[in-house]
Structure formats: structure tokens, C-alpha cells
Design a binder for this molecule. Structure first.
Ligand code: NAI
Ligand code: MG
Length: 329
């Protein structure tokens, strides 16, 4: 069993090594291979994701990706390494659960956002003449069907009951209409699931009002990105928001947060997002649901006992929190 470890920048370098200590306790035989990506890598080597890193990731299949810093302006030659990594490894679905944790956010939430991970506006085809800028939003039937399949299969396997397709087909009937129709077609093959749909703006309103009412949400790339941060806020914030990028040949565990320059270097970043992302890797990639449940249970118990990092109002550090989880395991 091999894991490619890309810590990245900022707090990625703090939460990933700490979370790995916990994983290694559960999987003593795990072989880890460190690889570089991110802004520092770009500044040193002129690429944010080298061919060597990609090769290690491909070879391992399983990857943990901490976080990277990305400039908010155009930098020649820079491309987001996580967007590229998801595409290169064929991780077509991005699973972003929000589950109420002890003392974090609202109670009674147990929802899963399944975000299409390979197309939409994220293909990065932009043009500008200085006064007019255009971006291409590409939706294909194949990618829409594929992510819908994954969403339906996961939903049924987890005993979930409802699938909500998110779109804006009233304004974008061709692109979002295609996504919606392809998803509906696939979902029709799963009579166990009640299927409905919501316009993305309405979905945002309802998520903010009553996140407890949702089960599985299926969304194109951009809407899924935004709605999952909103859902994360309902569930205790970015410090606890986990995700898994899943494909046929690889999976990338990825805490939803970024490199958090405002707290980097202080040893206080919340490792829960990384720990729960590793639990998803255990469950969905390595197919070790018992170990995944043990890890999740230890994290919940640690939070319930009042051990928390400052973002959740506590005083524990990154390492101290992981020590407490290890103690419970
Ligand atoms: P961010 O997620 O890094 O931070 C937002 C806020 O949440 C900050 O106040 C931060 O301190 C807090 N926060 C985030 N994770 C935390 C954790 N584990 N524990 C405690 N507090 C936490 O987003 P921001 O500030 O917009 O972006 C910072 C950099 O990260 C940028 O360069 C951005 O491009 C990059 N970024 C990278 C992502 C990735 O690698 N997947 C995702 C989002 C942003
Ligand atoms: Mg995001």
C-alpha cells in the first residue's frame, strides 16, 4: 500500500505530517512517498506540479494533498496544481461531505456534495483583449453521466435516499441543461433514490437556511465548489471540511481549506479536515470501512472531549490534537 504525500504550502506542511502520524498507526505497513507541488515549488522550479510529482502520484494511486498557495493574479506559466492533478489522475468526482461534529456548527447535518471535477469553467479557457474577457464553460454528456453514476452509486451504498441535482438551466439551458438531463437519465436507473433539482441560487439559500434537509447534492464543478464552502460553514468551518477526489485509477484526499497564510507557521491549524479526508481515502479507495470508521470515531470523541484547535474556540495545537486522537486509537 502506497501513499503519495503532497504537503504543499503554508498549513499544508503542518496538518499533513500530523495527520499522517495518525494514519500510520492504523496502517503500519503503509509506504509513503513525499512529492512537491505548489507556489514554493513553482518559484524554485518554474512549475507548480512537476512531471516527477505526477509520476509518483500515478504510481501510488492514493494521494494526500495538503494545500497550496495560488496567486490571485495571472502569473506566466503558473497553473493550479490541484486542478491539474485532479484532471491528470482522472479523478472525475469530488466528494465533499458535511456531517455535524460535536460542538461544531449546526446539529443534524449529514449531507454529501458530489462535484463534477474535470470540466465546466475550470478548463481554464479564458481570453481577453483587455476590455472584453471571455471564459469557456464546457459541459459534456460523458462527464456529466460519469459523475452522476458515481453520485448514485455512493448514495445507494451509503443508504441515502435523495439526490438533488443543482444547476442554472433557466439561464444556461444548453450547458446546465445538458448536465441536468444527463444526471436525470442516470438517476432514473436508481429507483431507490428520490430525485429532485434546484437552481443553484435557491440551493445556496436553502443550504444556509436548513442544511439538515439535504442528502446528496450533485453539481457541476463551479457550483459544487461554492456550495461546498457554504456547507462547510454550516458544519464548523474550513478547519473540519474534508474531501476526496475519486476516479477509477486514483484518489486524492484533500482538505477543502487553502494554505491559510494568516495562521501558517504557528502550529495551530486544525488537522480535522485532513484526518477526515484520510478516512475517506480509507473507505472509498482502500476499501477499509472499519478503519475509516475507527478514525472518524476517534476524531469525534476527541472533539467531544473538548480538545479543539483555536478555530473551534479551543487551545490545542495541530500536534496536540493528533496526539489526543492517537491516544484514543
Ligand atoms: P484558506 O482556506 O487558506 O483560509 C481561509 C480562512 O480559514 C483563514 O482565516 C484561515 O486561517 C482559516 N483556515 C483555513 N484552514 C484552516 C485550518 N485547517 N485550521 C484553522 N483555520 C483554518 O483560504 P484563503 O485565505 O482564501 O486562501 C489562502 C491561500 O490558499 C491562497 O493562496 C489560495 O489560493 C489558496 N487556496 C488553496 C486551496 C487548495 O490548495 N486546495 C483551496 C483554497 C485556497
Ligand atoms: Mg474551493
Amino acid at each position: 500500500m502506497k501513499l503519495c504525500v503532497i504537503a504543499g504550502d503554508g498549513i499544508g506542511r503542518e496538518v499533513v505530517p500530523q495527520a499522517l502520524r495518525v494514519l500510520q498507526l492504523l496502517l503500519p505497513g503503509l509506504q509513503t512517498v513525499a512529492a512537491d507541488a505548489g507556489w514554493d515549488t513553482f518559484r524554485q522550479h518554474g512549475t507548480a506540479l512537476s512531471a516527477a510529482t505526477l509520476a509518483v502520484a500515478r504510481d501510488c494511486g492514493a494521494v494526500i494533498f495538503g494545500a497550496v498557495s495560488s496567486p490571485a493574479h495571472q502569473v506566466a506559466g503558473y497553473r493550479s496544481p490541484i486542478v491539474q492533478l485532479r484532471r491528470e489522475l482522472g479523478c472525475h468526482a469530488n466528494l465533499r461531505p458535511t456531517l455535524s461534529l460535536p460542538g461544531c456548527g449546526a446539529a443534524g447535518i449529514d449531507l454529501l456534495i458530489v462535484r463534477e471535477n474535470t470540466e465546466d469553467l475550470y478548463i481554464g479557457e479564458e481570453q481577453s483583449d483587455g476590455d472584453t474577457a471571455t471564459a469557456i464553460k464546457r459541459i459534456t454528456r460523458a462527464a456529466s453521466q460519469r459523475v452522476a453514476q458515481t453520485a448514485c452509486q455512493l448514495a445507494v451504498a451509503a443508504g441515502r435516499r435523495r439526490l438533488t441535482i443543482v444547476h442554472k438551466a433557466n439561464i444556461l439551458p444548453l450547458t446546465d441543461g445538458l448536465f441536468r438531463d444527463a444526471a436525470r437519465q442516470v438517476a432514473a436507473g436508481y429507483p431507490q433514490l428520490a430525485v429532485d433539482e434546484l437552481l443553484v441560487d435557491t440551493a445556496a439559500l436553502k443550504l444556509a437556511q436548513a442544511p439538515q434537509d439535504f442528502d446528496v447534492l450533485l453539481a457541476p464543478n463551479l457550483y459544487g465548489d461554492i456550495l461546498s464552502d457554504l456547507a462547510a460553514a454550516c458544519g464548523g468551518g474550513l478547519g473540519v471540511a474534508a474531501s476526496l477526489n475519486l476516479g477509477a485509477d486514483a484518489a486524492i484526499a484533500e482538505p477543502v481549506h487553502g494554505s491559510a497564510p494568516d495562521i501558517a507557521g504557528q502550529g495551530i491549524a486544525n488537522p480535522v479536515a485532513s484526518l477526515l479526508s484520510l478516512a475517506m481515502l480509507l473507505r472509498h479507495w482502500w476499501r477499509l470501512p472499519e478503519l475509516a470508521a475507527r478514525l472518524e470515531q476517534a476524531v469525534r470523541a476527541t472533539l467531544a472531549a473538548g480538545t479543539r484547535t483555536p478555530d473551534l474556540g479551543g487551545t490545542a495545537g495541530t500536534a496536540g490534537f493528533c496526539d489526543a486522537v492517537i491516544g484514543r486509537l
